[in-house]
Design a protein around this ligand. Structure first.
Ligand code: THU
Length: 126
């Protein structure tokens, strides 16, 4: 699958983000080795620390469906500049594939790609 296709799925997913506190809506699209795509959005809470990021929602969706082999994740938001996964999400994604392609997009679909292990060097490992 082309990176831009995954970015477009992340942008479409983002429409369902629940972000009344920050106003930052984030969408993620996670590609499995079998070619399935699972999406996620950020889900905020009035108790702010309970907020869940879009990337981790996508992982939870995929794992719940029995998929654990991930090749790529696209993440996009409603702002300028490339949307970068937070440190917690990098660690959660790393659990499944340090070689994963991470495609980071802006609100208009421009993007940059890096490998997860470059984004999370010297990580805590099993
Ligand atoms: N957020 C994500 O969805 N993914 C990240 O990697 C970083 C942050 C969300 C959480 C919160 O709803 C909003 O962005 C502002 O922090």
């Amino acid at each position: 699958m082309q990176a831009i296709e995954l970015v477009n799925m992340a942008l479409a997913a983002r429409e369902n983000a629940y972000a009344p506190y920050s106003g930052i809506s984030v969408g993620a699209a996670l590609l499995t080795r079998e070619g399935r795509v699972f999406t996620g959005v950020n889900v905020e809470n009035v108790s702010y620390a309970l907020t869940v990021c879009a990337e981790r929602v996508a992982v939870v969706n995929a794992v719940s469906a029995g998929c654990r082999r991930f090749d790529a994740l696209a993440v996009a938001w409603n702002k300028q500049g490339f949307c970068r996964p937070c440190g917690a999400c990098r660690q959660v994604l790393y659990e499944f594939n340090p070689e994963m392609r991470i495609i980071m997009a802006d609100y208009g679909g421009e993007y940059e790609e890096q490998q997860l292990k470059t984004l999370l060097p010297n990580s805590f490992e099993k």
